[in-house]
Design a protein around this ligand. Sequence first.
Ligand code: SF4
Length: 358
Amino acid sequence: MFHRKDTRPVFVGDVQIGGNNEVVIQSMTTTKTRDVQATVEQILRLEEAGCQIVRCTCPTMADAEAIAEIKKQVHIPIVADIHFNYKMALAAIEAGADKIRINPGNIGRPDRVRAVVEAAKAKGIPIRIGINAGSLERHILDKHGYPTAEGMLESAEHHVQILEELDFHDIIISMKASDINLAVQAYRLAAERFDYPLHLGITESGTQFSGTIKSAAGLGTLLYDGIGSTMRISLTADPVEEIRVCKELLKDFGLASNVATLISCPTCGRIEIDLMSIAAEIEEYLEKNVPVNIKVAVLGCAVNGPGEAREADIGIAGAKNMGILFKHGEIIRKVPEDVMVEELKKEIDLMAAEKLAE
Ligand code: SF4
């Protein structure tokens, strides 16, 4: 596992954030939270995809109170997303939220801040402070002129101080910006300044295509630095896609256990098989059926094939009317083209069963 910067551990339900090398995968529902059935359905799909914590927005009392019913029907911790209104925060905590996302400095009167903090403390749930470059406090913007990483850090320090003065330390911090340079700088400053776990995210990153690239660029830089204990990829898409991107990114940094990796060649004029459809089929098969850490290669031809993918545990290379199955760069047998994908799946299953039995 790629080493993470040490942080204090914070528990969200039974999920530990920080304090170890795991990076917890999160997403956010896109339904009206008070529509319990639609919200539960979406959370169950997210769970199936690998989401470990889910956030639900609570703009009204009905949304905050719905968390109680939603929690009975799902299996992962729920975070209540609150803006300003301390009554919604109290209602969400009462309803059983496993964490709330609220900036204490935005709540208002000190007695209201204290009420929310005491309620969170009584239930043993953490608070995420969500700094966003787009909504920095007026005095910070006046001082810096525009959103800066230093200004974002000042904002975070202000909110953290409020919680610490109330002897509250189950804190998680995010430093989101839609500009990846700004987000990376802000997260680096926060990682130096705090020992609280950091929640990574690039906000308003875009559609599935552009948002995936932007998030991978920004969050990949931070993951490489060892920064980040939990993350959400924000996409203008079905939130299940956020989980897929998150898992893939963590896998690329050696931060995901029990996931298979597909290696596929870009194809060229030597191609002998329909590699695009085979790669897509095997990728889906691995995602849905192979919860072990193996590398599987699919290659367009055998000329450079097995050698090019020597680091793969198992793979197939196209040849005239056939496929060549190989393990660790060595050919094990040739199979007819019409059954080669099924034969590869059988070998993958055998290898996965062996790994699971180890
Ligand atoms: Fe081309 Fe074969 Fe290499 Fe694929 S494996 S890129 S088809 S030479």
